[in-house]
Design a protein around this ligand. Sequence first.
Ligand code: HEM
Length: 402
Amino acid sequence: MPTEAKPVFEPRGGESWRDPFSMYRALRDHDPVHHVDPGDDSGDYWVLSRFQDVFEAAIDAGTFSSADGLTFAYGEKEKLGIEAPIVMMDPPDHTALRKLAIKRLTPRQVQATRPMLRAFVVERVERLREAGEGDVVAELLKPLPSLVVSHFLGVPAEDRSLFDRWTEAIVAASAGGSVLGAADAVGEMFAYFNDLIAKRRSEARDDMISALVHGRLNTGEEVSLAKILGLCFTMVTGGNDTVTGLLGGSLELLTSRRDQRQMLLDDPSRLDGAIEEFLRLTAPVQGLARTTTRDVVIEGRTIPQGRKVMLLYASANRDEREFGPDAADCDITRNMRRILSFSYGPHFCIGAAAARLQARVAIEELLSRCPDFSVDARRGRYAPGHFVRRYESLPFRAGGAA
Ligand code: HEM
């Protein structure tokens, strides 16, 4: 009898992002607690691919710590050299900082951005429609999230083009492995935020920086400057390419699945359900790591203490055990209890509502202004980076095949 080759986990990036899904399926079916031993001194790590296992790890921060960073490299904390940003903190310190940050990202505050988002999207979609075609990433999918992040941080409108330029450089460099690849942009953005923090200290506004500057942690302490700067950077690095990924993948699905698009055109009230399905299938953050604080047994295998464990959110989102035999299929009417695109538990994305609203406004306007649009996924280019799957360019045609 032929023996099946054991599945192998290979970190993706660029063109190899086109189809990581057969690898995920093989891992789920044949080696759900997969051990990677690169055989050099970079260190071994583990990979979880089934929904239930990823979900349980995400909610158990006591066993699966974020403190040593979210990649499969070891020693991230030491390399950082500055205070850990919010994503690299564990409860209870993490909880206290997070409480302050989400004060300025409430559902009401997110909904209040709708007219601003719509005005921006309409202008960009109209530009594409008039031109007939273009790169939808450059025109719409990249600048839209940058506008949103700058809004919540409280960057004044007149500084936005500066902020967009830094954002672009920092997001591109962090996809390549380290923000240090954009040292000038990082330095300029740090200096800018330092200045903005000082301004908000003397005069509070309705933005996240003001909430952090004037808020107190549960210990009664002020939030340190390093923590505020860390949060600003996490917003920039976490709130941009993820949304670009969600939107690019959604347009691809709307192009390849005309039946699903037609359902949306016939009944726009299905849009919320469609966005959940697009989030499930695109899962822009394909996976992130934690570090075990003790030996832990999963599916009968023991992961030793102190090892990095990749939580493959994108694989979990396609697990037939959770979503049924048609899990790989796009069905905007699907009934889902939960998805892992924004993780779960203490680090659940604080920008989830803002991301959903951007998707909603962008898809609504594209469908109503260019109901026959298409994107050419074959000519689309994937961005580098092992963790976020997104197009860095995607040819768009306003009416018909791109
Ligand atoms: C489709 C778009 C988005 C996706 C898929 C996404 C995904 C995620 C995921 C998976 C995490 C958890 C990280 C972990 O596992 O440790 C996270 C955290 C976070 N996200 Fe998002 N995100 C999106 C949009 C946004 C936006 C628009 C913002 C800002 C406005 C944002 C800000 C953050 C922040 C600050 C955290 C850290 C939360 C914490 O550590 O407590 N994200 N996001």
